[in-house]
Design a protein around this ligand. Structure first.
Ligand code: BGC
Length: 251
């Protein structure tokens, strides 16, 4: 087994996806397998699904894991779209014990950001780059001159007049839950991005998550002055970045 190969797993609130990644090129060396996230998404249940995925990949080696929560030293400090019993749980220990391979974990959006900065639309971009992943929640990765500021959680800011955090209105889950058009949803996303612009003046904003593939359906509603681009690595960014992190767990 070459040490250029690491399994990257993107643990999400709706699916757990993984593939073997070449960490030098960012290429997936296998098909990306996906299993549904168990409901309720408790530590025990999710660890079982994680182990099943590693078995499908027939893997015995290091694993990187993007996880949808604030992660510090392997421990989850939030649980917005998964079972609350994750809070205080050591994600790395839980998954390592379940699958028998060493697992390193970081926030899922941070993982996607690392991948885009290395192989995608963030490559070579100086200044402030924000990656926003749009899915069950809104995740964020903040980079300053190529360095990640981990656990930024910008999906959890409050927009003016709103009682709930931004992800409640502007995630793909919100679009689906409320069954609204790309126009209505795109304008909401624009309000959110305008707000981020006022706070950070980013040099580039990269939109990730499944809906980034449909960028042309809502890009005309994104009228803010920021340079906004859809992620290059689309829905694979989380797995690729998780594998990169396992190779260099720098924070
Ligand atoms: C969580 C973040 C996560 C994002 C995307 C949010 O609800 O708080 O930690 O990155 O969803 O999964």
């Amino acid at each position: 087994m070459s040490d250029k190969k690491i399994v990257g797993v993107d643990v999400g609130a709706s699916g757990i996806k993984g593939a073997v990644v070449n960490i030098e090129t960012g290429e997936l060396l296998t098909e990306r397998f996906k299993l549904p996230t168990p409901k309720p998404a408790t530590p025990q249940a999710m660890a079982g699904t994680f182990a099943e995925l590693i078995k499908i990949l027939d893997w015995n080696g290091p694993i990187g894991c993007g996880f949808p929560a604030i992660i510090k030293k392997g421990i989850a400090h939030s649980a917005a779209n998964i079972d609350k019993s994750w809070i205080g749980t050591n994600v790395e220990e839980m998954f390592t014990n379940a699958c028998g391979c060493p697992v390193k974990a970081l926030n899922d959006a941070d993982a996607a950001g690392l991948a885009e900065m290395s192989f995608g639309k963030g490559k070579g971009v100086d200044g402030i780059v924000l990656l926003i992943t749009i899915g069950s929640g809104l995740g964020s990765a903040l980079f300053v001159n190529g360095r990640l500021v981990p656990n930024s959680e910008l999906g959890h800011i409050y927009l003016k007049g709103e009682e709930k955090v931004a992800e409640f209105k502007a995630s793909s889950a919100a679009k689906k839950r409320e069954d609204i058009s790309y126009e209505i949803w795109g304008k909401r996303l624009n309000d959110y991005l305008e707000h981020l612009d006022r706070i950070f003046s980013p040099d580039r904003v990269i939109l990730g998550g499944g809906i980034s593939r449909k960028f042309e359906k809502y890009s005309s509603y994104l009228t803010t002055n920021v340079d906004i681009v859809p992620a290059d690595l689309r829905n694979n960014a989380g797995s690729i970045g998780a594998a990169l992190y396992a190779a260099h767990p720098v924070f």
